[in-house]
Design a binder for this molecule. Structure first.
Ligand code: ZN
Length: 447
């Protein structure tokens, strides 16, 4: 299996072949088998299932099976029914029921009264307005959504339990409603819900860390930042929409391994993106592919100019979540801050992007600033995923990255280093833009 093995790694290639037989027998896959099959499906998609060299590895029955697995027939009763992720065969579920009359009719955008009821100015919204807009039937979910902007009280793990592992669509839709963006931007809620459900499904539930609970956590962290400080009043509705969507999709489809691993294994994605912010480029592309589905495209009525603005902003924010861009991002923001001060109203639109990138990046790495029980839980999950990558590296005969080596790395020490060199500088800088958030939420324990 020269090509197949070179692309997938000989160890993973063997795992994938074993997994295909297990899939055909309808047996559950281990995390490694799931990962290997996904890589194989991805490769087949790239070569469109027709690479003669794959004949050395796959017989006709295996290839046929994988192709049919990759492209199941759409289901008539499932909006957006198309490709399903591995080991995610349950029908898509919607956590938040549609509000009565929530569907936005083509060509209309609701009355002025609707707009006012939906939140008005973001800075003036109250928790009561938010509650009235949520419309969930589960009282505990409803209680949690009332705390959607509360940094200390919100427990995303509990929400994940209550929503059967689908907290992201609940948090993202809740925040968009709470800030009145559905009404003011005339977003068709049915399509938005389809999109968020597809995004949630595209997150890999087998990843210990980079799953939809992490994405929901980042969206909620962002919501807490937007609520705490006046900078959010300087943001346009399109900027608010972009920043919330970017947070929701920023890790979609994450393979559970980092960019370095993808480069070292000469993965398909590394080739496609020339070793540059591989995962982040992939997340952006995956998000916009899901948005392009007709039943998901809640931005289809935007003007070309507005759509291009939102798309560009989302992409730039996602790319800035690459840790390799951490220092450049902070310096870019600090340079604008020195030039124009903390009032974003004085910043040029292009430079405001640096502020939005900083906010989402800070939310993305904010676990150590959470209350200690949540902080510890997240820290363990991060390392569970890193150690799983280390196991893959060892299985492939690669040198195991130090931080991924479960025999050598120390979780507390790694976390302390992360706080000292990454989180602390980021939150210190964030304090210039969001002083209330940084002070009020006891993030000073890391500063
Ligand atoms: Zn992330």
């Amino acid at each position: 299996m020269p090509l197949f093995g070179r692309w997938l790694g000989s160890g993973l290639a063997k795992v994938a072949l074993r997994a295909i037989d297990r899939l055909k027998r309808k047996e559950d896959l281990t995390a490694d088998e799931e990962y290997a099959v996904e890589r194989l499906c991805s490769w087949l998609a790239r070569v469109q299932g027709a690479d003669p060299l794959l004949d050395e590895a796959l017989d006709d029955a295996q290839r046929e099976f994988l192709l049919s697995y990759r492209l199941p027939a759409p289901e008539a009763d499932t909006p957006g029914g198309g490709r399903r992720s591995i080991a995610r065969t349950a029908p898509r579920q919607y956590i938040l029921p549609a509000r009565s009359g929530a569907r936005t009719p083509r060509g209309s955008c609701g009355s002025a009264a609707d707009l006012a009821a939906a939140g008005g100015e973001p800075s003036r919204h109250s928790s009561e307005e938010g509650e009235a807009l949520l419309g969930t039937n589960d009282p505990e979910v409803e209680r949690m959504l009332r705390a959607l902007e509360d940094w200390e009280a919100f427990d995303v793990f509990r929400l994940a339990e209550l929503t059967d592992g689908r907290p992201l669509q609940t948090v993202a839709l809740g925040l968009l409603r709470r800030r009145g963006l559905l009404a003011r931007l005339c977003l068709p809620e049915d399509r938005l819900r389809n999109f968020l459900a597809d995004v949630e499904e595209a997150y890999h539930p087998g990843n210990p860390y980079h799953n939809s609970t992490h994405a929901a956590d980042v969206v909620q962290a962002l919501g807490a930042m937007l609520a705490a400080d006046s900078f959010s009043r300087q943001l346009s509705d399109l900027e608010q929409l972009a920043v919330i969507l970017a947070a929701a999709v920023h890790d979609v489809g994450h393979p559970g391994v980092n960019n370095d691993f993808l480069i070292r294994t000469q993965s398909e994605a590394a080739v496609a993106y020339n070793d540059q912010s591989i995962n982040e480029n992939m997340h952006g592309a995956a998000a916009f592919k899901l948005l392009a589905k007709k039943e998901n495209n809640f931005l289809s009525r935007f003007s070309e100019e507005d759509y291009r603005f939102v798309r560009r902003l989302i992409i730039r924010i996602i790319l800035a979540t690459d840790m390799a861009r951490h220092t450049d991002g902070l310096e870019d923001f600090a340079a604008s801050l020195r030039l124009w001060g903390p009032d974003l109203g004085a910043w040029t639109p292009d430079k405001r992007t640096a502020a939005l990138q900083l906010v989402v990046h800070a939310a993305d790495i904010s676990n150590p600033a959470r209350p200690l029980p949540l902080c510890r839980r997240w820290g363990q999950k991060v390392h569970d995923e890193l150690f799983a990558q280390g196991d893959k590296e060892a299985a492939l005969g690669l040198a195991v990255s130090f931080i991924c080596d479960r025999r050598r790395a120390s979780v507390p020490q790694s976390q302390l280093t992360f706080v000292e060199y990454v989180v602390k500088p980021c939150f210190s800088t964030l304090g210039e833009l969001a002083p209330n958030f940084v002070a009020k939420n006891h993030t000073d324990c890391i500063l």
